[in-house]
Each structure stands twice: as C-alpha cells, then as structure tokens.
Design a protein around this ligand. Structure first.
Ligand SMILES: O=C(O)c1ccccc1N[C@@H]1O[C@H](COP(=O)(O)O)[C@@H](O)[C@H]1O
Length: 216
C-alpha cells in the first residue's frame, strides 16, 4: 500500500496557447503537455509546439503526447520541440516503448487504461521499459480519442501499487485532492477538467487544480 505524504507532481496537458501555458507555469505546474494527435481538439502543429516549448523551457518540464506515432513523427517532434518527456497514449507495445525511448533519448511515460482491478495486469510488462506509468481511464467504447475524455474510474484499485505512478482520467479541481488521497498517486495529469469547452483551457481552473492537488 502506498501512503504518500508529499505533494504530488502536477501536469497540465493539452495546452495550446501562450496565455494558458503561462497560467499553468505561474500556477506552479511541474509539467506541461503538448498533444500531437490531429483528432484531438488540443492538437498543436510542430510550429505552435516549438513556440510553446520555447516559452516553457527551464520553467516546467515539456511533455510531448503521441498516439501510436511513427519513427518519423517522433523524430520530427524531437527536432522541432525538444521535449523532456514523451507520453505514449496509444496501443504501443512494451517493445515499441523501449524502441521509442532509445530513439528519442528522453524520459518516456506509457498510458495504461483502467476500468477494473483486472486491467492492472496490463501495466506489468511496461515496468522495465518506461520511466513512469500513467494510469488513465479506459476510453468509452465510442470515443474518438484514447484519452482526454474526462472519464474517471475507481481510484481504490490503485491502492496496492507500490511504485510511484501518475493518475489521470476525469480529474478536476473538485476531485483531485480526493483522488490523490484514495489512490496514493505521486503525480496527477489533467486535460478536460481545466477547460470550459473541449480544447479551451481556463486560467482560473488551471490555478484551482494546481492548488487543490497540493493542498490536501
Ligand atoms: O488530451 C487529449 O486530447 C488526449 C488525446 C489523446 C490521448 C490522450 C489525451 N489526453 C490525456 O488523457 C488523459 C485524461 O484526460 P482528461 O483529464 O480525462 O481529459 C490525460 O493523461 C491526458 O494527458
């Protein structure tokens, strides 16, 4: 059982404007996420991402989120954006995660979708090849996106996990403190819970989320 007392690391994902990026950094976010997935309302071009990354560099860790990206796409992101982390949010195998990590030479986190405790077994093969496991909710059956759906899951199933992990899925300023308390997460990640509509981040919600995550 994980009984954490220190404040969790906070990642704000899907930032796409200089103003909301600045709001996340000012609020004290540890990591900022840039989404490279054209189906997402948070997708950014390489040019947009390069400018946002330049604004964030040295102030918060930069995470590039990809979904089953090709080597060419990974190379293009690494060259243009130079993220500190890659977040692999598709159906990448452990072998693919290891290959991406070696190719890119940065930290890699792998998202694993959970609905029930039985789904935890899917994370085991990634333990040796990833720098962090990100437990997210399994997407709804008809979802267009593999993440960023604002769907939560039963956080109690994470209680037995000993290794530090990141938690996402339907987190918001209203529930993040309880989610950390119940799950024991070392880090939290939010996208739609700090938006007023899909893809539109809100500075006040971002500040409220960071505050709520840290003040338990
Ligand atoms: O945010 C997106 O648009 C996205 C697209 C494709 C894969 C993952 C995506 N976001 C990640 O999904 C989870 C949960 O997000 P939410 O807070 O429930 O909206 C989070 O890890 C985001 O990084």
């Amino acid at each position: 059982m994980s009984l954490r007392s220190e404040a969790p690391l906070v990642k704000i994902c899907g930032l796409s404007t200089p103003d909301t990026l600045e709001a996340a950094i000012t609020a004290g976010a540890d990591q900022i996420g840039l989404v490279f997935f054209p189906k997402s309302p948070r997708h950014v071009s390489l040019e947009q991402a390069r400018a946002l990354a330049d604004q964030a560099r040295g102030r918060a860790a930069i995470v590039g989120l990809t979904v089953d990206a090709t080597d060419g796409a990974i190379d293009a992101i690494m060259e243009a954006v130079r993220p500190d982390w890659l977040q692999l949010h598709g159906s990448e195998t452990p072998e693919r995660v290891a290959a991406v990590k070696q190719r890119a030479g940065v930290f890699v986190m792998k998202a694993v979708g959970l609905a029930t405790a039985a789904d935890l077994a899917a994370a085991e093969p990634y333990a040796q090849v990833t720098d962090r496991i990100l437990f997210d909710a399994k997407p709804p059956k008809d979802a267009a996106l593999p993440g960023g759906n604002g769907v939560a899951f039963d956080w109690t199933i994470l209680k037995p996990i000993d290794e530090p992990f990141m938690l996402s899925g339907g987190l918001s300023p209203d529930n993040v403190a309880e989610a950390v308390r119940i799950s024991g997460a070392a880090a939290v990640d939010v996208s739609s819970g700090v938006e007023t509509e899909p893809g539109r981040k809100d500075a006040a919600l971002i500040a409220a989320f960071v505050h709520a995550a840290r003040c338990r």
